[in-house]
Design a protein around this ligand. Sequence first.
Ligand code: GTP
Ligand code: K
Ligand code: MG
Length: 488
Amino acid sequence: MMAVLKSTRCFYQLMFMSNFKYLRRCTTTTHRSTIFALSSGLSQSAIAVIRISGPNSLDVIRRMTRIKKDNIIPRKALLCRIVDPKNEEMLDNGLLLWFPQPHSFTGEDSVELHVHGGVAVVTSVINALHKLPGFRLAEAGEFTKRAYLAGKLDATEVEGLADLLRAETETQRRQAIRQATGELAGLYNVWRTQILTCMAHLEAFVDFGEDQDIGDEVLNSLKTSVHNLKTEVDGHLNDNRRGERLRSGVKVAIIGEPNAGKSSLINILGRRNVAIVSPYAGTTRDVLEISLDIGGFPVVICDTAGLRHSVDPVENEGLRRAKEAAATADLVIIVMDASRGPESLWQWPSKDLVRHECERLNLQFNPENNYMVLLNKLDLVSSSATTINFRPDLSAISCKTEKGLAEFLVNLEGKLAQLCANPLEEAPLITSSRQRHHVQLASQHLETFLDIVQHQGDLALAGEYLRRSAKTIRFHNISWQDRHGRNA
Ligand SMILES: Nc1nc2c(ncn2[C@@H]2O[C@H](COP(=O)(O)OP(=O)(O)OP(=O)(O)O)[C@@H](O)[C@H]2O)c(=O)[nH]1
Ligand SMILES: [K+]
Ligand SMILES: [Mg+2]
């Protein structure tokens, strides 16, 4: 009983640190019940999948079908009549799949019923399952929770699975499927194994260093190994948050003077009338956000109030919000009215042009930030006067005629590709602040180890930091039971 209480508490601690809202909703259920849920969508469909997991799963086959015991083949679809266990009324003709433990998603005995996706069919099967002793409806996220508790998935894989369900763009899907299938877990596992090897060597050096002729070279090679590993871990941390950005969306702020065409731009990008466009300067007051898929990258793009001096308190609040949006954005698009010139300005190096425009708009320029300049109203610039020096961070368009839009989108996608991970080519990246926190901690422990060894300190103490580092990385890839020493 105490173990169950402890396990529940620790599970909650883990969930508190992570972001799985749906998992957090799981309550203190024991593992004895057999759970079931509709796993496909709620609306009417050709086929609906009902998933069952738990010790009594076999009862579904015994009491709701006429399949003979000898005919049940694991993981093979069987066409069968599905009946009510109480009155044997036929409910549907469907497919049944049997996954005996431990070879199932949850690690428990599991059954899948593929029935016709009508609302009444699904309801009748769900009602029938309720009639089986020890069966109950699963809570949100409970199948995944059981898989996690059974050590089928580690924390990064659970996160990857949640991300996969949430993925809205192609690149997000690619990143999530890699994480869900254990690539990040695998990387951390390799590091943990390396640290454990270093610990073994250190212990050998401490215990037998003098008697068994294990010389200083062991300690030196140990230092080199830990140093190399730390460099690798730090390289992983130094990812410019590209994995996290891909997971949560790149924040893009559209900034500029009133009437530059900021709202016209967001409407073109969103392909709908998100924001009011008018010839009156100061039309947009609040920050307006929309989520878009641009070239497979998830983007949260916001339109803001035109920056100018104002004495109107409401407009000033809008200006404050616009500046805040710019300060927190991953990318700032500065929109300028090209018809206002002077054209000589467009020849300036991009950084100087951005700095100049920021000063003019009374906007804080941050050299660390990512900026793009967009000259709008190209249709009002006489063709003979278009001396624009196009480059990746300076484009020109007409929101009215859409001239230059395709070129601008190419530039924008290029910028997004720099800001986000490329799951097709890169090693798996950190995708959540929780992972980052643990990897950072692991790196710090490695550094402390190196510090102690460098200053000829206590090797037993140094070893303790290796152990801590391994434990921190272990958080990512070990089943919850192992973490608490019960299944280890
Ligand atoms: N000719 C021309 N007019 C444009 C273009 N883009 C926008 N406009 C016009 O410029 C005016 C201002 O456009 P908005 O999109 O409201 O500009 P804004 O930057 O959002 O303005 P505020 O919200 O007031 O800061 C409107 O009358 C638009 O129709 C363009 O490419 N060519
Ligand atoms: K306007
Ligand atoms: Mg506007």
